[in-house]
Design a protein around this ligand. Structure first.
Ligand SMILES: C[S@@+](CC[C@H](N)C(=O)[O-])C[C@H]1O[C@@H](n2cnc3c(N)ncnc32)[C@H](O)[C@@H]1O
Length: 262
């Protein structure tokens, strides 16, 4: 029973944030460095497979740059939003995007191997257990062309966030929802050290409406990730601390891994 409750917590924590694609798109509208980075990488590839394509923040610019992209995502809402966005694109861009709904741990992409496989913007943090990671990396290996590259980014665990008191909330700037409301916005952090999962409750409060969006992010420490990649058949070709090539040091917020099958 407790186990079922824990699984449900992770399921909700990997889906709730993606049930409101309009709010998601507005929240990350100004996040552009990763888009530029992935589009430049994609330009050098014949085709791209993106796990966790969401509503196309990265997949769409890749297709607009002339590179065919296959996107896999679990969220029906995010994929429906991406399909609606595609309807406003030119026919050639639409023709370069193939979308598959499924779980990155087991979804098979028919008929193709890709010179570039991506897992973008913390999608990897929705792999909570060793088995999740093993299943996903087996999928990546199966879909990677010989000499292909697997590139992904994850947040560096932040000791400050992990140490936050779960009974406290932290006020952040108000959120303007596409529904027209202005919400007072707070976050609550609750880190579970045994499972290494950071649960974040995103609390939105307006005068006439309030809601909380839970998010669950597995925290991967760099040496742990290096071992997981190694023992699942990958060699790290490079590791950067941001999308501009900064070194991965103690100041890094993001870790950007470029890997090859070994
Ligand atoms: C932070 S979003 C990234 C979306 C997009 N790549 C971007 O950069 O905006 C993470 C995405 O991973 C998807 N996701 C979470 N768990 C998944 C799973 N097990 N299999 C496939 N997709 C998953 C979510 O639905 C969501 O769209």
């Amino acid at each position: 029973m407790a186990r079922r409750g824990a699984d449900r917590e992770l399921e909700v924590g990997s889906s709730a944030h993606y049930e409101d694609p309009a709010l998601y798109a507005r929240t990350y509208a100004r996040r552009s460095e990763d888009v530029r980075f992935y589009v430049e990488l994609a330009r050098g590839a014949r085709s791209v497979l993106e796990y966790g394509c969401g509503n196309g923040r990265i997949a769409l610019p890749i297709a607009r740059a002339g590179v065919p992209v296959t996107g896999v995502d679990l969220s029906a809402e995010m994929l429906a939003d991406l399909r609606a966005r595609l309807a406003n694109e030119k026919e050639d861009v639409r023709g370069r995007v193939r979308l598959l709904r499924g779980d990155m741990r087991d979804k098979k992409v028919p008929g193709a191997r890709f010179p570039l496989v991506l897992c973008t913007f913390n999608t990897f943090l929705h792999l909570y257990t060793r088995e999740d990671v093993e299943r996903f990396l087996a999928r990546v290996r199966a879909h990677l062309a010989p000499k292909g590259r697997f590139v992904f980014d994850v947040s560096m665990p932040s000791p400050i966030d992990l140490a936050r008191d779960p009974s406290r909330t932290y006020r952040l700037p108000d959120v303007r929802h596409p529904d027209g409301r202005r919400y007072r916005y707070r976050e609550r952090f609750d880190y579970e050290p045994l499972r290494q999962v950071l649960f974040v409750a995103m609390e939105h409060e307006a005068d006439d409406h309030s809601f909380v969006t839970p998010l669950a992010h597995r925290q991967f420490f760099p040496a742990e990730l290096e071992a997981l990649l190694h023992y699942n058949g990958f060699a790290i070709e490079s590791l950067a601390g941001d999308f501009g090539g900064a070194p991965a040091d103690r100041h890094a917020d993001s870790l950007v891994y470029t890997c090859r099958a070994r």
